[in-house]
Design a protein around this ligand. Structure first.
Ligand SMILES: *Cc1c(COP(=O)(O)O)cnc(C)c1O
Length: 117
């Protein structure tokens, strides 16, 4: 968990990512509570996979995202269709995805100002 909303901790993600990368271990972080509250740089922090949920930053319910670094191999979640690079078959929730994109844009603009409040 990148950031814990119940106890306020923020993990040293860049350091964990560095260790995992050096050891050849894939590193996934649940960043659901971090998005919009802390700066996230998947490359700089050596994050291989990152998950987020739209409704935690005023986006639509029922849509989230999984970042997968190029080159990381994972099994497909739902087989049968070509959607989402064959990883998750089924018609995409386009209005949800667009809403998620707008919400993340708003949530990650002026994080410092937001945190002051
Ligand atoms: C809310 C939450 C989830 C679950 O996300 P849902 O989209 O509500 O299922 C996962 N991880 C953390 C840290 C959360 O706060």
């Amino acid at each position: 968990m990148f950031a814990n909303n119940e106890i306020g901790t923020i993990q040293p993600i860049a350091e964990i990512g560095k260790i995992a990368r050096e050891k050849g271990i894939y590193f996934h972080t649940d960043a659901v509570q971090a998005v919009g509250n802390v700066e996230i740089d998947v490359r700089g922090m050596n994050i291989d996979m990152l998950s987020l949920a739209g409704h935690k930053f005023y986006g639509p319910k029922g849509v989230g995202a999984l970042y997968i670094r190029k080159g990381v191999k994972i099994d497909n979640l739902i087989h049968g269709g070509g959607q989402e690079r064959k990883r998750r078959a089924g018609t995409e929730n386009l209005p949800g995805i667009v809403g998620l994109a707008k919400a993340i844009e708003l949530a990650t603009t002026n994080i410092e100002e937001h945190n002051k409040k």
